[in-house]
Design a protein around this ligand. Structure first.
Ligand code: GLU
Length: 468
């Protein structure tokens, strides 16, 4: 049997981290077992589904690298097929038309509630032969007796008595099929062997199994993933901050980091925290998925992100960093090689947005000094070292870190001061106070013209402060 899994989002918003985690687990399971992974867009709710949201889902999947082998399939393109199946059920007497009014259903509900019973449809129309030309819905005739039993690959054996399940609407009065029917038809038609989804769907599973069995279709395996909670113990939502995958991209997270973080939300493999995608594919197993909910922890995500910024190939990080430089109106082609900047700065940032911000000074003059750095570095005592350094640097033959370093040492020696008395003011002059690596390297990368211009500016700044 070839494993086949699917991710089946409803396009009513962006791709949420919870959805991305479901997609990742389904993708990993398929990859792990040499199977196929498909993408199905469940867009039957015409009021709430939007093209924009479909695009956001596709974009998020691409960014995360969760490539699908088939699809995207759109449920709205398959209405004929769903209707064919509903008609078959009607013909076989496994479904029936119902024209119960809203008032009748409401009254029934109230009576059941008053008697402390679980509200459910009473089968009133089961044998009434409702006229197909009059407004009606179609209901599935659920079994009255027996129990639905399935072995959830995460939760273990689940039993639900048929007396708990009522006759589900499978076609609305406007002729559109409902969620449980479309999912069942699609999972069967698409040959899905393992349904991996959020546990908010666990109550639908027995209904779907009954429908599949009535249709004589194979029942897939099911795995329901535990919820993701915010730090306050409530289901993770917008209230807790960014939940959209693409927002994480814009905030400067690496896809490798988000995937690594998401795989650990509900799955573990010993104490290991860091997993490359290849490792995840090799090690992932549904039997190691936790039953209990996981809590989203932004600090940990930041830690993992920093890990990948530090460890991944600098050329790769530079490619991902480039758009963040663009967000600051910086064209990395107009300055030092961005790969070198990544190598120089990557220990100092938790996100690419942060890395871009602390690296802007390589490409353009900063607007203002960091006030603390200026207070410490740009004092009257710094004038002499700055002036002498400027003079000697202007005369250098080669603008390379070794030569720059030698000049700065010569300045300290000539003025009989420690290296810091020269280095500190220069660093503030050149970087504005941004975190930066060794001064000679920083200056080499910033370039001679910009360094001299910025030293002049610092000299002027101190002189104005003194006179003003
Ligand atoms: N479309 C459903 C949702 O977005 C998922 C259905 C399923 O996985 O069976 O929640």
């Amino acid at each position: 049997m070839t494993v086949k899994t699917r991710f089946a989002p409803s396009p009513t918003g962006y791709l949420h981290v919870g959805g991305a985690r479901t997609a990742l687990f389904s993708w990993l399971f398929a990859r792990r077992h040499g199977g196929k992974f498909i993408l199905r867009i469940e867009d039957t709710d015409l009021e709430r589904s939007t093209q924009e949201s479909v695009n956001a889902i596709l974009e998020g999947m691409t960014w995360l690298g969760l490539e699908y082998d088939e699809g995207p399939f759109y449920q709205t393109h398959r209405f004929d097929r769903y209707n064919e199946v509903i008609d078959q059920l009607l013909e076989k007497g496994l479904a029936y038309r119902c024209d119960c009014s809203r008032e009748r259903l409401e009254k029934l509900r109230e009576e059941q509630m008053a008697r402390k019973l679980k509200p459910r449809y009473d089968g009133h129309c089961r044998n009434r032969n409702v006229d197909p030309d009059k407004p009606h819905v179609v209901r599935f005739r659920n079994l009255d007796e027996g129990t639905v039993v399935f072995r959830d690959l995460v939760r273990g054996t689940i039993r639900v008595s048929n007396s708990e399940l009522d006759d589900l609407i499978i076609r609305r009065s406007d002729g559109s099929p409902t969620y449980n029917l479309t999912v069942v038809v699609d999972d069967a038609d698409m040959g899905i062997t393992h349904v991996i989804r959020g546990d908010d769907h666990i109550n639908n599973t027995p209904r779907q199994i009954n429908l599949l069995q009535a249709l004589g279709l194979p029942v897939p395996e099911y795995a329901h993933l535990p919820m993701i909670l915010g730090p306050d113990g409530q289901r993770l939502s917008k209230r807790h901050g960014a939940v959209s995958v693409m927002q994480y991209m814009r905030d400067g997270f690496l896809p490798e980091a988000l995937l690594n973080y998401l795989v650990r939300l509900g799955w573990s493999h010993g104490d290991q925290e860091i997993f490359s995608v290849d490792e995840m594919v090799e090690l992932f197993d549904l039997s190691e998925v936790n039953r209990s909910p996981s809590t989203f922890n932004t600090e940990k995500l930041l830690w993992i992100n920093q890990h990948y910024i530090k460890r991944l190939d600098p050329a790769h990080v530079a490619r991902l960093l480039s758009p963040h430089m663009g967000d600051l109106d910086i064209d990395p082609a107009e300055g030092p090689d961005l790969v070198k900047v990544v190598e120089a700065q990557r220990e100092r940032a938790q996100t690419l947005a942060e890395l871009a911000a602390i690296s802007a000074f390589y490409y353009r003059d900063f607007d203002d000094y960091d006030p603390k750095a200026a207070k410490k570095g740009l004092r009257p005592a710094a004038l002499e070292p700055l002036k002498l350094a400027r003079e000697k640097l202007a005369g250098l033959d080669e603008w390379r870190r070794e030569e720059i370093h030698a000049v700065l040492q010569a300045v300290a020696k000539a003025l009989e001061v420690g290296f810091g008395k020269v280095g500190m003011p220069l660093r503030v002059a050149v970087t504005g106070g941004s975190p930066s690596p060794d001064l000679d390297l920083t200056m080499e990368m910033v370039g001679r013209a910009a360094c001299l211009r910025r030293i002049d500016r610092a000299i002027e700044y101190i002189e104005n402060a003194v006179s003003g």
